[in-house]
Design a protein around this ligand. Structure first.
Ligand code: SF4
Length: 480
């Protein structure tokens, strides 16, 4: 969600006439902060401290701070770093250009934080990071009260966007060349709670299936408590909804889940995975797990290991619990010593790495279709492999056989998996017959965006403002 918010900030600034610094000295620096991870404030103030001298040496330079930490810390930021020019929160991203202008005009820091959303952020200009794949917000905020989580107090209650608006934004993205969208929300499967339709999310998935040219639909994150069978059915029956599911477990201990105020229990969680695998056998399931929640005993931790063993996750985001001031869990008495948490964390990651390697090994010899991404692996310089994502979101590094056509980011290749590791797969085709490229509209859009970034207008390049869209379809100009 923060990455998508950053795309909006870039879009707003470009609409207001700013251009990316692209390695040149930047006149404006915007920090989009996150308060979910530990030490966000230390990192922010460390960065701001480093910029103090830079700003002193360059009068006119401006610094803005937005996002969750700004929403939480507010005037503290201007007090601790009075050289900051603008502070804005999660509910008023759209104010960024105006705050910068006002700060310049009034020659004083501008602080503006709203307590609730006034404009749904997806109606703001957005400078998309990718032409082939886009984030689409379906809701913001969360009605749950997980005791470790700062999100409800910073993002507010759940606000649902109307289905028609969401589908229009997806259509506009597809018209611009995208072949993949990821539906975003703090709790996607409670989508519809605001307008009273409990099946709204499954209906939305099925509606995405009707959009011609949209080849891959993903979503993040669902919540196990509200994950209903109609969503599993919609996933199974909608061909462009990908066989992939991110389902946050957090803990395998029912006692810890209760303390976390997560309203499902481990048996329900495992039941969901069984149902998903029954309907979508090739689904890759990933998760989030917190180790060392206050009061977690060795027995509780063993319950997490047991659920992880049974769940066979393709991958997991694992976190060591750390206090977030302002959350109920931060006040719980039985905070665990760091050494205990670290030791459990290492046992958990060792187990999950083994499972991920075993699950990936099952992919050997399989034919997979890969959506080629612009980013390559760390070793791409030596291996000359390109990278992309399989339908189940597994990362695949592949080589292009000599003399075969190289794909562009946004194109698809079909290859056979020849090597497997815990975090990626490799496909080295034996020859051109083992390698199929499918050029796509997204690859064409990539070509256009590259040509435009070099200042060369490309055929069919539209407005020339590549990447900044209002999230809604453009009204075509009337013909004379
Ligand atoms: S459901 Fe997710 S966003 Fe909502 S309170 Fe729980 S962890 Fe936070």
């Amino acid at each position: 969600m923060n990455v998508h918010d950053s795309e909006r900030m870039s879009g707003l600034l470009e609409e207001a006439g700013y251009v990316p610094a692209d390695g040149e000295f930047a006149d404006v620096i915007v920090f989009n902060t996150c308060a979910v991870r530990e030490n966000a404030d230390n990192k922010l103030y460390g960065n701001l401290g480093q910029l103090r001298q830079v700003k002193a040496a360059n009068p006119g330079m401006q610094i803005a701070v937005g996002g969750c930490l700004a929403q939480k810390d507010r005037e503290t930021i201007v007090r601790k770093a009075p050289w900051v020019d603008a502070v804005f929160g999660t509910h008023n991203v759209g104010a960024l250009p105006a705050l910068l202008n006002r700060a310049r005009h009034n020659n004083e820091a501008q602080l503006e934080i709203l307590e609730s959303l006034d404009v749904f952020p997806s109606t703001l200009p957005t400078k998309r990071d990718s032409v082939y794949s886009g984030w689409v917000s379906i809701s913001v905020g969360c009605n749950n009260t997980c005791t470790f989580c700062i999100v409800p107090s910073l993002r507010g209650k759940e606000k649902d966007r109307r289905p028609g608006e969401i589908l229009s934004e997806i259509q506009a993205l597809v018209d611009d060349g995208a072949v993949e969208v990821t539906l975003l929300g703090q709790n996607v499967n409670s989508y519809g709670v605001e307008f009273g339709d409990r099946q709204a999310f499954s209906k939305l998935l099925r509606a995405c299936g009707q959009i011609a040219g949209l080849e891959r639909v993903r979503f993040t994150s669902p919540h196990p408590a509200a994950f209903t069978d109609d969503v599993i059915e919609a996933m199974a029956e909608t061909p462009n909804v990908m066989p992939q599911l991110h389902m946050p477990l957090q803990s395998g201990s029912d006692k810890v889940l209760k303390d976390m105020r997560r309203s499902y229990r481990s048996s329900r969680f495992l039941g969901i995975l069984d149902k998903v695998r029954e309907r979508i056998p090739q689904a890759a399931i990933s998760t989030d797990i917190i180790v060392g929640f206050p009061g977690e005993t060795e027995e509780d931790f063993q319950a997490t290991l047991d659920v992880v063993e049974k769940s066979r996750f393709a991958s997991a985001f694992t976190f060591q619990y750390s206090k977030r001031p302002g959350t109920p869990a931060a006040e719980l008495p039985a905070q665990l010593p760091k050494a205990v948490v670290q030791e459990r964390y290492e046992r958990l990651t060792a187990l999950q790495d083994r499972i991920a390697a075993e699950e990936n090994a099952k992919q050997l010899g399989r034919r997979v279709e890969v959506l080629v991404t612009a980013q390559s692996g760390r070793k791409a310089g030596e291996t000359h492999r390109l990278s992309g994502r399989a339908k189940d979101q597994r990362l695949v590094h592949f080589s292009v056989p000599e003399g075969a056509e190289a794909p562009r980011p946004g194109d698809f290749v079909t290859v056979t998996i020849t090597e497997a590791a815990a975090f990626h797969l490799v496909a080295d085709p034996a020859g051109p017959e083992d390698y199929i490229v499918r050029r796509s509209r997204a690859g064409d859009a990539w070509d256009r965006s590259q040509a435009e970034s070099c200042g060369v207008p490309a055929p069919g390049a539209g407005s020339g403002k590549a990447g900044v869209s209002l999230g809604m379809p453009a009204i075509p100009a009337r013909r004379a």
